[in-house]
Design a protein around this ligand. Structure first.
Ligand code: FE
Length: 228
């Protein structure tokens, strides 16, 4: 079985959010799909360890903000790599409250919807929420939605295994093996792979990174990294 074949399934980049008794939170999910048209319903798969799951279960409502293709990695990092137990994510973005009271992102969003939970299914690591769409509008219909594939392959900071194989075939000597972890988002800078998306060649020691280099996922500086 080759699990990478599942990358052939198209997924999006969505901020799912909810609120309950004044507490708001949201996170990025990839698994969300419209499943019926009459009435319009969606299914969202949300990790059970997330704060957002409990907010959805208590309030019975959630919003979905569809991220646009060029949404900054900092926004992805904020909602995808950080926990609402430590920070107030919505204090760092522009948002509005929808008609059901759930927060919706205002910027870098193509469209949004608000849904009322009509059923849920425990899927092990994730909870599946079936939601009836009770409101939906474009934020900016001229923008293009970001797919998970685009994030992973074009914008993503994570290095696929194929990159390591490529180096072996090239016969490059790989002597540096340092790995440094971003304390904010968990991204690993691996000296063997560098950060090609930011113009950093494979084999670049962490100490030789330019002073203005930042975490490609969450945008913090080198001082937020620790050796692992
Ligand atoms: Fe980071």
């Amino acid at each position: 079985m080759n699990l990478e074949a599942l990358f052939a399934l198209n997924c999006g980049m969505y901020v799912v959010a909810s609120s309950y008794e004044g507490k708001m939170n949201g996170l990025i999910i990839n698994a969300l799909v419209q499943v019926t048209a009459f009435p319009p319903q969606v299914v969202a798969s949300v990790n059970k360890e997330s704060l957002t799951v409990s907010l959805i279960e208590k309030s019975g409502f959630f919003s979905v903000s569809v991220l646009e293709k060029e949404a900054p990695l900092q926004l992805v990092g904020l909602f995808g790599f950080r926990t609402g137990r430590d920070i107030d994510k919505f204090a760092q973005v522009k948002y509005f409250l929808g008609k059901t009271g759930v927060p919706v992102l205002r910027e870098h969003v193509v469209a949004y919807l608000e849904a009322r939970v009509v059923a849920k299914l425990d899927a092990g690591t994730h909870m599946l929420f079936l939601g009836e769409v009770v409101e939906t509008e474009f934020i900016d219909s001229k923008l293009t939605p970001m797919t998970y594939g685009y994030y992973r392959d074009v914008k993503g900071g994570k290095v696929p295994r194929t990159a390591a194989t490529y180096q072996e075939k090239q016969g490059k000597a790989v002597e540096v093996t340092g790995r440094y972890r971003c304390k904010v988002c968990g991204y690993i800078y691996d000296e063997r792979f560098g950060d090609p998306d930011s113009g950093v060649q494979p084999g670049t020691p962490f100490e030789k990174l330019p002073e203005n280099w930042v975490c490609p996922i969450c945008g913090v500086g080198k001082d937020q990294f620790e050796r692992v």
